[in-house]
Design a protein around this ligand. Structure first.
Ligand SMILES: C[S@@+](CC[C@H](N)C(=O)[O-])C[C@H]1O[C@@H](n2cnc3c(N)ncnc32)[C@H](O)[C@@H]1O
Length: 224
């Protein structure tokens, strides 16, 4: 059986127990080190395709734990595992995007989320030009500086959320000029906002609930 566990920051007791009992544990070196997985039970990512091939050729009854950052169902490994014909169980952690918004106390039900991790930068820039609240999964070469450079003159705030859940987590609100000068630490996500996070919220766009639908979020009316 394959179980995919999300991890952001400290591993849960449940994950520690599962990793200690598993025949094989798949994950990035930093995650496997954190879980003290012995060398002979590790498949280190690297290449997910290679790991999938190894999993496919393994014993059907083997207990396999896959460790992935945040919510593995959200811009995560489960899509690739399913595409390879595998149907893992999933125990999610909080997504790094949710953790970044939580760190600044800002609702994100009206945010657009995009990944530039191993993908082109341009769609994120187009989205941020036309949308008030965009969250970006970044990579070392597509990060806050490149986003700020591509959005020069648009008037955006940048929230750089580095190493969420780790002891050295840092979340910083930057102007465009500061973002251009930043030296981000990996991994990080970037929120691109048309207003400073302390400013009043923009009116609810309501596009998901549709026109004429009742308020899609709780109001502060009289208790029933
Ligand atoms: C392939 S995506 C996986 C996202 C994951 N499924 C989630 O829900 O957070 C990898 C990207 O997630 C972000 N990320 C993962 N862990 C992070 C962390 N601890 N702090 C900040 N960003 C993180 C980075 O942008 C990284 O490039």
């Amino acid at each position: 059986m394959i179980t995919v566990y999300g991890l952001l920051g400290r591993p849960s007791v449940e994950l520690r127990i599962a990793a200690a009992a598993a025949d094989v544990v798949v994950g990035g070196a930093r995650h496997l080190d954190r879980l003290d997985v012995d060398e002979d039970r590790r498949i280190v990512l690297g290449s997910l395709a290679a790991a999938i091939e190894q999993l496919g050729s393994g014993r059907a009854e083997a207990e396999v734990v896959v460790v992935a950052s945040g919510d593995p169902l959200y811009f995560g490994v489960v899509r690739a595992l399913r595409a390879a014909g595998l149907r893992p169980a999933v125990v999610p952690a909080v997504s790094s995007i949710a953790a970044a918004f939580a760190a600044i106390g800002l609702p994100w039900d009206d945010a657009a989320v995009v990944s530039v991790h191993g993908r082109p930068l341009q769609p994120a820039l187009d989205l941020a030009r036309n949308t008030d609240k965009v969250a970006v999964f970044t990579s070392a070469d597509h990060g806050v500086r490149e986003l700020a450079a591509g959005l020069a003159g648009i008037g955006r705030w940048f929230v750089l959320a580095e190493r969420l859940g780790e002891d050295d987590q840092q979340v910083t609100v930057l102007t465009s000029e500061q973002a251009l000068d930043a030296t981000p630490r990996e991994p990080n996500v970037v929120l691109i906002l048309s207003r400073h996070p302390s400013d009043d919220d923009a009116p609810w766009p309501g596009s998901i609930a549709g026109p004429g639908a009742p308020a899609p979020y709780p109001t502060l009316g009289e208790p029933e």
